[in-house]
Design a protein around this ligand. Structure first.
Ligand SMILES: C[S@@+](CC[C@H](N)C(=O)[O-])C[C@H]1O[C@@H](n2cnc3c(N)ncnc32)[C@H](O)[C@@H]1O
Length: 232
């Protein structure tokens, strides 16, 4: 059966691109990905390259499937890990995706880097993605998880549910303003910034759209958080 390979490429720095991701791209006849991701593979790509934008997703997915059916090796590049708010979900929701086999090469997610920077175990954290928008049910689940004392890691919606809006929403819905919260911006990139703060301070601050928000009712102020300032 024809196959499309979806490759996770990490949060942005070439240091976080895995060797198998590079080898897979080197072998591909067709590589499709957002421009910011394609630049990580300038020296690896040997086949045709198509830049994915918000407007041409359907067209390029059709091209990917048609090329795979012609026997070509087709790669879709996805930031972070394809399975968390990545291209895997977008591709699976494409009607013709069932016509090809899908292989996933995992990548290092921005969430993993966030947890590492904070020195935080995330095995019992509750994960949310508002990247494609936030509805009332999702928002209520977020407040509920925090009321139960769970640590939360999430991708904000840069437009409608940014870190400051999330903090204001949570405070308005009964979460204490002095709850510890961390904003991890531009992870692994030269302008990476980790802000350790509280919900009430984050409610008044603007952050870059490329960020992960971690909220930790379990974090004690006298607990040392390691790796807050990472020398890149
Ligand atoms: C389409 S989602 C992709 C998530 C990706 N699949 C992952 O596993 O990290 C894009 C969102 O991920 C987060 N993100 C991606 N790269 C990031 C980075 N370098 N630093 C901080 N957040 C990042 C931001 O919230 C961004 O809006």
């Amino acid at each position: 059966m024809a196959k499309v390979t979806i490759v996770g490429v990490g949060p942005g720095s070439p240091d976080y691109v895995t060797p198998i991701a590079r080898r897979t791209v080197q072998k591909a006849h067709l590589v499709i990905g957002a421009q910011r991701v394609l630049t990580l593979f300038l020296e690896d790509v040997k086949g045709e390259v198509l830049a994915l934008t918000a407007k041409n997703v359907n067209e390029l997915f059709q091209r990917a499937i048609a090329s795979a059916k012609e026997g070509k090796m087709v790669v879709l590049l996805s930031t972070g890990d394809p399975g968390f708010s990545g291209l895997l979900g977008t591709f699976l929701s494409f009607p013709q995706a069932s016509e090809v086999e899908i292989e996933v090469i995992p990548g290092i997610s921005a969430l993993q880097v966030c947890a590492a920077r904070l020195g935080m175990c995330w095995d019992d954290a509750v994960l949310f993605s508002f990247h494609k928008g936030a509805d009332n049910a999702n928002k209520a689940e977020l407040a509920e998880a925090l009321k139960k004392g769970k640590n939360v890691m999430l991708l904000p919606d840069p437009k409608a549910f940014s870190p400051s809006e999330i903090a204001r929403f949570l405070i308005a819905n009964g979460i204490k303003g002095d709850t510890s919260a961390f904003v991890c911006e531009n992870l692994t990139l030269n302008n990476e910034r980790i802000t350790a703060s509280t919900l009430e301070e984050i409610a008044m601050t603007h952050f870059s759209s490329l960020c992960v928000l971690a909220i930790s009712p379990q974090y004690k102020r006298n607990t040392k958080v390691v790796n807050l300032h990472v020398d890149l």
